[in-house]
Design a protein around this ligand. Structure first.
Ligand code: SF4
Length: 965
């Protein structure tokens, strides 16, 4: 432990404010702890670091290892670099505690996620909260970072420090982190200094007590010096924050041509030559015949008004192959081309990366718009109303990151605000989907983000959407997107699944809570839209007050009763779920039920109770709306709209609940989704159409002149039949649908190899996870690059992670696992950075992962990704095939598995210089008849290894010189 003077002064940021009666703290102590885990009740402190900052200068430092009296877990050793040897001779926390308390003295503490650090110190002090924090106060830089930099991709200390170019030293070492957090605090004060008084006022209403003192200090000066709506200027750094604007290039007029005009495909193809504008801009560019073939086919289909199903393997560059002809076609004909992707991430990738590239290199002006569902946009009218209300402390802390962002954003799309938790009640209160739109009567209509996005999407040449919005639009009779004739669907192999999900219904307690809370809730005072009516009524007198108050109070009590009835119904459902599962309890799972034994029969009384309660609420909301229509009440019209909206939502919820509980529709499959959270069972009622093929034809294909459906995996057994049948494209006349498989530019035989560990026991055998663990350790140990291990089940991933963590960590390998620290994007980032690391993952990692080079050199597929046969939707699909006299395994299960397997394989080779191996640990590939059929789907050569030695020999060529022998 040492105290020392330090002249290091953070340059140019966060000067101490001396003006006014309020000021930022001149002295504070930046604090950080390293611990053996995250639970202060069971885990121990292993290092304490602190710096005292006076007038922006580091004046003193405190650092000490702490002997925790127990071994340090290996993942913590890996994370911090602190070993048992480092802390063996260190003082205990009982010895360190008085010294750090003395060091802090009466100064405020500054920490990132302060409750973590103060919680550990309080616990060490005998669980006496406030021992430390009660004296000088605590400033937490985590909520402050979220409030002031909401658009950072995440709000970890390292990310925020990087944004301000703050040196982080040894990350996850207490003293270096204490310095970084002090610099971050000063930098954040610098940001606060740039905010106008009106925006600061909004933040003030939402901030906690400590943050309010900082805002007050900023506001005093802001009132005198800057524009009340000023937002921080991040200069060059602004680009890193990735503003998602709604549209670009809208000045370019779009006038539909009377007849379809041809576009010159030779000219478009020439853009892709090595000396063309596209080729010149891309490093290491090579002409790819497959890409040219695809762009010609896309151009021909758009001009010819036919549908095209195209498989474009990894490396083709399919985005540019469809976007480029689409841009030329749209501009030449004044048409809109709608481009739909599977996920919002892919949607943003097109809008933020691929389209801007074309805007830059193509000598053609075009406009592009990004459109999402209305639930993605903030409603400024509702936001301003909510700010006026009394909010609970949890609502305030959730809404704080919205205040500055709402002033800065150009899109109003909440997904760019990583600091806000976009779910549940609070988002419902301010989202454009959470209440009725006032339209022309809205005072905010000129700046409304939703209206702006919709208007832009009407005017643009290219409109980028996602499949989910596409199906919402088809259900809403094109009221969202308007009429369009040209549609390109990327990742189209997922469309059946998205349609099935989207066209089904779900009823659960969370949806009910959010809906009813949005109408009325009482948490330290009435809130919700009814709470606002109550507030307005309290300012009136006379007849209106008398007549409306009784109705409003009755409705408030009806909402409370309906909330209780909903809770009762879903609690009873959870308790009775075993009746739907042959008397067996499940922790997680889907339990199918049918018309013969529906949920409505199982819980007849409870269902009747909840439906009656919901009906009472809907009628009550309508009756209060009637009472205040045409009244003198301030904002009466808006209240009436809100109440009518809620009544409709409640009726819709009740109808959905009745529909799924009765399970009477023979065209749908019904099930109960059971999950357990902290030993409490939760259930959701679900339904899905058994077949979406005809619906997709009616809703989608018949409405457009040309549909381009593309993906890297559109064929099974070399044929488009399976995908066409599942998507309903086989119901369209042959002349109208063309298919094309352009293949891939990669030389898979030379660049990769697939090895099947044919000697392993079957995945269902006992001890399989241990076998997998041992082999994963050996495979990762000998690999020069990274290893991605793909699982089909979370339980297997957890078991293997537990077994491989210590052996691989002790060999210097970083082991990452989905669900064991960090979001998926952060895990992938780390996996790509640490070249020889190991990543264990499941579900979403089978698709879309793009890690080129050595960082992903070895792909281990633990088990064949068969659809779960007992999944209600899968079961219903199989029943259909069987009812038609067909073998559901060969006709449905194998093709679905083949597509998933090819998607998984697609993670391995991501460039022409990549090489690597896929290792299958599922020996059924060599022992079952279907194994050969599945292996034939892969574009590379395969080896069946009959021993571990054989497996390693097959892989040796790759590991020896990174080329397959
Ligand atoms: S126009 Fe509608 S969505 Fe837009 S701010 Fe007004 S009420 Fe909200």
């Amino acid at each position: 432990m040492r105290h020392q003077e330090d002249d290091r002064r953070p340059e140019g940021r966060g000067r101490m404010t001396e003006a006014g009666t309020n000021a930022y703290p001149r002295t504070f102590v930046g604090l950080d702890l390293e611990t053996t885990g995250v639970d202060s009740r069971v885990d121990r402190i292993i290092e304490v670091g602190a710096v005292r900052v006076v007038d922006g200068r580091v004046a003193d430092t405190f650092e000490s290892f702490v002997n925790p009296g127990c071994p340090i877990p290996s993942d913590i050793v890996h994370l911090t670099g602190i070993s048992d040897a480092d802390v063996a001779g260190a003082p205990t926390i009982d010895e360190v505690l008085p010294r750090i308390i003395e060091f802090i003295g009466g100064s405020p503490i500054v920490a990132h996620h302060a409750p973590f650090d103060t919680g550990f110190l309080d616990e060490a002090a005998g669980g006496r909260p406030g021992l430390l924090v009660g004296r000088g106060g605590v400033f937490d830089t985590l909520p402050l970072t979220r409030a002031l930099l909401p658009r950072l991709p995440n709000h970890r200390l390292a990310t925020a420090a990087r944004f301000f170019d703050i040196p982080t030293g040894r990350s996850h070492r207490a003293t270096d982190d204490a310095r970084a957090v002090s610099d971050l605090f000063l930098a954040l004060l610098g940001v606060l200094d740039q905010i106008g008084a009106t925006v600061l006022d909004r933040m003030y209403r939402l901030a906690d007590t400590a943050t309010r003192t900082l805002i007050e200090a900023a506001r005093e000066r802001a009132e005198a010096t800057i524009d009340p709506l000023a937002v921080p200027d991040h200069g060059e750094k602004e680009r890193e924050l990735q503003r998602l604007d709604t549209a670009r290039g809208l000045g370019v007029p779009r006038t539909p041509a009377e007849e379809i005009r041809e576009i010159d495909l030779d000219e478009i193809e020439s853009l892709f030559g090595t000396d063309g504008p596209i080729g010149r801009e891309l490093r290491g560019y090579e002409v790819r015949e497959q890409q040219l073939q695809m762009l010609r086919a896309v151009g021909d289909s758009l001009m010819g008004g036919v549908h095209l199903v195209v498989e474009a393997g990894t490396g083709v560059g399919k985005s540019l192959a469809y976007l480029t002809p689409a841009v030329y076609f749209a501009v030449e004909n004044g048409e809109r081309v709608v481009v739909s992707t599977n996920t919002k991430n892919l949607q943003e990738q097109l809008f933020l990366k691929d389209v801007p590239f074309l805007e830059r290199v193509l000598d053609i002006d075009f406009s592009v718009a990004l459109l999402k569902g209305r639930g993605n946009y903030i409603c400024q009218a509702r936001w301003r109303q909510v700010l006026e209300k009394g909010l609970s402390s949890s609502e305030r802390s959730q809404l704080l990151p919205v205040a500055l962002w709402e002033q800065e954003t150009r899109s109003g799309d909440i997904s760019e605000n990583a600091a806000f938790r976009q779910y549940g009640y609070v988002w419902n209160r301010i989202s454009a989907d959470g209440g009725p739109c006032l339209g022309q009567k809205c005072p905010m209509r000129e700046t409304c983000y939703l209206l702006k996005a919709r208007k832009a999407s009407q005017a643009a040449h290219l409109v980028i959407v996602n499949h989910s919005l596409l199906f919402s639009d088809t259900e809403a009779d094109n009221r969202i997107l308007g009429e369009y004739s040209y549609l390109i669907c990327d990742e189209a192999h997922n469309m059946e699944q998205v349609a099935t999900e989207h066209l089904g219904k779900r009823s659960n307690v969370w949806r009910a809570r959010a809906m009813l809370d949005n109408l009325y809730r009482n948490e330290g005072g009435p809130s919700g839209d009814l709470g606002e009516v109550m507030g307005a009524l309290s300012g009136t007198d006379g007849a209106l007050l008398e007549s409306a108050t009784a109705g409003v109070e009755r409705l408030a009590s009806d909402v409370t009763a309906a909330s209780a009835a909903v809770e009762t119904f879903f609690t009873a459902l959870a308790a009775r779920h075993i009746d739907l599962n042959d008397g067996r309890e499940v922790e997680f799972g889907k339990l199918r039920y049918r018309q013969e034994a529906p949920v409505s029969a199982l819980l007849e009384e409870e269902l009747a109770g909840v439906l009656a309660a919901l009906s009472t609420v809907a009628r009550g909301a309508e009756s209060v709306a009637d009472l205040i229509t045409d009244s003198e009440l301030d904002r009466a019209e808006s209240f009436v709209q809100n109440l009518t909206f809620h009544a409709a939502r409640v009726r819709e919820f009740a109808a959905d609940l009745e529909y799924v509980a009765e399970a009477a529709d023979p065209g749908s499959v019904f099930w109960l989704d059971v999950r357990t959270f902290r030993d409490v069972f939760e259930c959701e009622l679900r339904s899905a159409p058994v077949s979406v093929a005809e619906m997709m034809g009616d809703f989608l294909y018949s409405r457009v002149d040309s549909l381009i459906a593309t993906s890297a995996t559109m064929t099974v057994d070399g044929s488009f039949d399976f995908v066409m049948e599942r998507m309903g494209l086989d119901l369209i006349p042959d002349w109208k649908v063309l298919t094309l498989d352009v293949g891939s530019p990669y030389d898979y035989d030379a660049q990769s190899i697939a090895v099947v560990a044919g000697y392993l026991p079957q995945p269902s055998s006992s001890g399989f996870n241990q076998t997998v663990s041992r082999l994963v350790v050996k495979l990762a140990e000998r690999a020069q690059g990274g290893t991605l291990v793909l699982f089909t089940a979370r339980s297997a991933l957890d078991a293997v992670f537990k077994s491989v963590l210590d052996p691989l960590t002790s060999r210097g390998k970083l082991v990452l696992a989905q669900g064991h620290g960090g979001a998926s994007s952060a895990l992938l980032e780390q996996f790509a950075r640490e070249v020889d690391s190991v990543l264990l993952a499941t579900s979403s990692f089978w698709e879309g992962v793009d890690v080129p080079g050595r960082s992903l050199e070895q792909l281990v597929i633990v088990k064949l990704p068969f659809p779960v046969p007992r999944d209600p939707v899968v079961e219903a699909h199989c029943e259909r095939y069987e009812a038609d006299g067909e073998n559901s395994f060969g006709r449905y299960m194998i093709p679905r598995t083949a597509i998933r397997l090819r998607q998984g394989f697609g993670r391995l080779i991501r460039s022409t210089t990549d090489s690597g191996a896929v290792i299958f640990l599922d020996s059924r590939l060599s022992t079952r008849a279907y194994g050969e059929r599945l292996l034939e789907q892969l574009p590379t050569r395969t080896v069946i290894a009959d021993s571990e030695a054989g497996l390693m020999t097959a892989l040796a060529g790759i590991h020896a010189d990174r080329s397959v022998v």
